[in-house]
Write a protein that binds this ligand. Structure first.
Ligand code: C2E
Ligand code: MG
Ligand code: MG
Ligand code: MG
Length: 279
């Protein structure tokens, strides 16, 4: 009987695996022409300076509306885009679109706002990555100090030397470098010290559990470590006034989360900024 069950579960497992591969293949196939088919768009989530309550800028977040698959969360396709290297043209499209958007915003009298763009480790490993970034700034006319790149701790799995040289070059140009989802990966503090970054983004999971004393001290320690290293600290996923109050007390620099705003479609950003000025 046990043998039968074992056999049965093997078949099920096999089918599930096959389904998994089929899904990935379908997603990859549909990802190939997303740019020329105009299926991608960006939403922008506000980041606010805690001390002054001023709007610092926005994080650009990728959205894919596929006519075949429907709305696709980045969590469901970024990994596939990375494995197939489609993230290279897609990531460049994101950077160019976001820089152009924020430059246009400046031109319309909404000056001083920054833009933060997520960068995949696959993009960072490209030989011409730094040239691509500088070319996009040149084309759009955006000054480097308004751009921040968000990288994740997964870069520690790649060639540390090559990546830190590139990031250091871009940082010297005035571009901000943020370490995203900080605390979820396995970065060692000694690596962290060597990495040319300007900002730590505390992962949402630490902010979620701020009501428990243990996580409170964890979140507080991350802010302290960041500040001791001369970095700015941002908290992501802030959803409640209690979380904000705690982050104010710990002198966290910037916050981002549903408590401020959900990510906003590009066409609605100006209206949101106007509304915030009024209230
Ligand atoms: P991330 O860079 O850590 O972005 C923050 C994610 O948390 C976003 O999810 C955002 O909508 C969500 N979020 C923000 N505030 C809150 C909150 O208060 N509560 C909750 N529950 N969620 C909140 P999103 O847009 O689904 O993006 C997921 C991830 O996909 C991003 O995480 C990032 O790693 C990746 N991603 C998004 N756009 C791009 C892109 O253009 N390039 C690359 N390489 N990755 C991207
Ligand atoms: Mg991010
Ligand atoms: Mg993040
Ligand atoms: Mg995150």
């Amino acid at each position: 009987k046990a043998k039968e069950a074992g056999k049965g579960s093997y078949v099920l497992y096999g089918k599930a695996m096959q389904q998994h591969f089929d899904d990935r293949m379908i997603i990859e196939k549909n990802l190939r022409n997303v740019i020329s088919n105009n299926e991608l768009s960006l939403h922008y989530q506000p980041l606010v300076d805690v001390g002054s309550d001023q709007l610092w800028g926005f994080e650009a977040l990728l959205r894919w509306h596929s006519p075949v698959l429907g709305f696709m969360s980045p969590l469901s396709f970024i990994k596939i885009a990375e494995d197939s290297r489609l993230i290279v043209p897609i990531g460049e499209w994101v950077l160019r679109t976001a820089c152009q958007f924020i430059k246009d915003l400046h031109g319309k009298g909404y000056e001083g706002y920054h833009i933060s763009v997520n960068i995949s480790v696959i993009q960072l490993m490209l030989d011409n990555f730094t040239e691509m970034v500088l070319a996009v700034l040149q084309e759009t006319g955006l000054a480097p100090e308004y751009l921040e790149l968000e990288i994740t701790e997964s870069i520690f799995m790649e060639s540390f030397e090559i990546i830190s040289t590139k990031l250091n070059f871009l940082k010297k140009k005035g571009i901000g470098i943020a370490l995203d989802d900080f605390g979820t990966g396995y970065s060692s503090l000694s690596y962290l010290k060597q990495l040319p970054i300007t900002t730590l983004k505390i992962d949402k999971s630490f902010i979620d559990s701020i009501d428990s004393p243990n996580s409170m001290s964890l979140a507080r320690s991350i802010v302290t470590i960041g500040h001791d290293m001369g970095l700015k600290v941002t908290a992501e996923g802030v959803e409640t006034p209690e979380q904000l109050a705690f982050l104010e007390r710990t002198s966290c620099d910037k916050i981002q989360g549903y408590f401020i705003s959900r990510p906003i479609p590009q066409n609605d950003v100006m209206e949101w900024v106007d509304g915030r000025k009024v209230s």
